[in-house]
Ligand binder design. Sequence first.
Ligand code: ADP
Ligand code: MG
Ligand code: MG
Length: 886
Amino acid sequence: MGKYVYDFIEGDRSRADLLGGKGANLAEMTRLGLPVPPGFTVSTDACRAFLATGSPPAGLFEEVNAHLREIEARLDRRLGDPRDPLLLAVRSGGRYSMPGMMETILDIGLNDVTVGGLAARSGDERFAWDSYRRLIQMFGRTVHGVPAEEFEHELAAVRATAGPGGPSAGQLRDLVDTYKKIFVRHVGHDFPQAPHEQLFLAVRAVFESWNSERARIYRRQERIPDDLGTAVNVMAMVFGNLGPDSGTGVAFTRDPATGAPGVYGDYLTDAQGEDVVAGIRNTLPLPELARLDPVSFRRLREIMATLERHYRDLCDIEFTIERGRLWMLQTRVGKRTAAAAFVIAAQLVDEGLITADEALTRVTGAQLAQLMFPAFDLAGAPEPLTVGVGASPGAAVGRVVFDSAAAAAATDPVILVRRETNPDDLPGMIAAAGVLTSRGGKTSHAAVVARGMGRTCVCGAESLDIDAERGEFVVGDRVVRAGDVLSIDGTTGRVWLGAVPVQPSPVARYLAGELSPEADGLVAAVHRLLGHADAVRRLGVRANADTPEDARRARRLGAGGVGLCRTEHMFLGERRELVERLILADGPAEREAALAALLPLQRADFVGILAAMDGLPATIRLLDPPLHEFLPPLAELTARVARAEARGEDPGRDATLLAAVRRMHEANPMLGLRGVRLGLVVPGLFAMQVRAVAEAAAQRIRAGGDPRPEIMVPLVGDVRELAAVRVEVERVLAEVDGAPEIPIGTMIEVPRAALTAGEIAAEAHFFSFGTNDLTQTTWAFSRDDVEGSFFGAYLERGIFPVSPFESIDAKGVGRLIRLAVAEGRAARPELTVGVCGEHGGDPDSVEFFAEAGLDYVSCSPYRVPIARLAAGRAAVAATTGTSDSR
Ligand code: ADP
Ligand code: MG
Ligand code: MG
């Protein structure tokens, strides 16, 4: 027989696994000598045993009885005593807070006899009958599933006929009779009169509430494991509903919205806990308590200060005042907004309660990300049109368009509205201010792609009936047409018709250098915490930047260089035609002419980027994607040629292009002719790019600059591929007068490269993990295909908790990374190792990369501050062995 029950004086807050959060904190407050009604906790072990077998573990109720007798002795009052009954609260509480998801039953111990004793003891007959009817109601609903409305309906009827002072004792007694009848009708037997039976049934019901549907759904959303179980707290009741000198309330030690110090919370006189939720009467702002009951208020403030000093953090509190006496019923480290998290962490450092290192553990990269988005000014905003899934944060306002081409062509901000998106929508998604879909959740194509590029997205707005052909969608009886203005909130999922005003984020403005660090309390807090992160982090943060403008922005946001410059973006637009000439070249002369035309354009691009990153490294990746991506799509060409032929005209160049596209068609382009393979089979292509880099660097040096380019070869799988390219690269570099030393490295993005990293390091000055391709090739996932098809199901079924494209798969892909780092450094100790790709800006992944010993991460410019913060957190976690992300 195990030990399943712990008196509050036995436990403490470190035992939340066993006692649940609520129980552990009740124990902690008891230890601190705060006024907590006596009680005990039935452990989560007992719940797990119950859930496994369907019945309480042997001896549980004997143990409960033994603890109950101790409490009875301490209070000199017994459960079921007809003259002076002890009443109990039976409260759920698991390891992680699940607000309102599980059950609490108050006033256990009342029956037809003890109700008289309670009336006599309290001198308040109405109170006694009101408590009894509350018990029947809560017990009926929680233990036996009697619909709450049945009781509510009768209660409302009595309230309607009652005088201004509320129902009389007689009315409440009659109401108890009515409640008992409802109970029998639904349950098939009388309301149990034996107090111990009430207690045991209540404990059982709390165990069972762990598996209620809403609790399960909540856990899935919050990623709380299903097998933890809940603890059950049994404690003496105290009564906030004993008249005007009693009441119940909640308090926060600081404002959970802004972090401002002060007295925050709500208070309701003459009430029990559930009344606050039910909203029967208006609550008072907590400072009013200073007037109503100054003694209790002062005591509450002392306790708040004690708790803050003890927990060294914002606490939230539930309390009850019984006839002028204050009782603590709950506390925990309180939830807070992202803004409050930063402000409070900085304040606590100033107050000497935590160190700057600890402050970093109190804020997350995700919270900083949230603070960087503009937000809607909701004062005066209309009712939302509908609410979908907030999939990628931000506030976007624009005209409705229904197709990607219209979005790409628009010159003003647009919201791209689609049933769902697919890779063809990419240009539209890039051009749109926001994306709204009616299907799919947080893992749909739209959501994942939008998050990747920082575009605001609301998805799964199921009430939208979209008819793209007609250019309209319907929500209920509203018709919204192309051109109408929408506002969408990617954090809350809300969608409004019309333009809701947007406030720029002061944090983003500060990070962009437009606001001084002293602009306001929040900005000052962000400034301090980021500064500290920079001071402690060992992981460098670079940016992925393809244009001088991106590079400049990245630098302002604190990037220590460019970790990935994708040269393919320089082959688009007007230059596409030169690329076509290169691909269609008939013989070396034509090809060289095409390359010669591209050279000065590439050089100019690189001069701009090297200037923007003067003095800092800029890693330039040679061309990566399959060449046919630069040609018109097959379908379009086929149609063009067919049209020309139908008109009896010569399709000319289109026919040649079509033949080329057909010839180059690949079943799996991702696994086809791309990356280093392209460099090895298209003569002169990489040489032209390398020459452009070297000449650009030489030009910068002549202009007095300090260019630090690095050349990176994509998709290498075997050292001989890299060696062959390197010979050519070095030959070209040697030909360019005045070029600096330029390191040559490779991406590690296919498993074979990771597995042979030791060999590859012999030819590489640096490695950069391309975690997107490495994830694709390790899992055999084609990202464009899998995200939209089965990822939702995989996430639902818990096969992975989060998409491996969003957060690095530490076990699988991460293992390859660790291996490659170790073997690469063993072969070449001075090897620089970084990561480029979206994972570089994902806070959880950044913490993994730091721990794996990488030198830097590279991410999109706007994610640079987030990565800096995450890297700081990782450094602190490495020294203290703790990381607190919940
Ligand atoms: P939740 O986890 O949903 O907040 P609780 O177990 O905290 O549920 O209980 C809800 C409310 O019940 C509390 O806020 C408090 O007002 C009331 N309550 C809990 N325990 C007691 C008690 N011992 N005496 C009086 N009221 C209580
Ligand atoms: Mg509570
Ligand atoms: Mg790649």
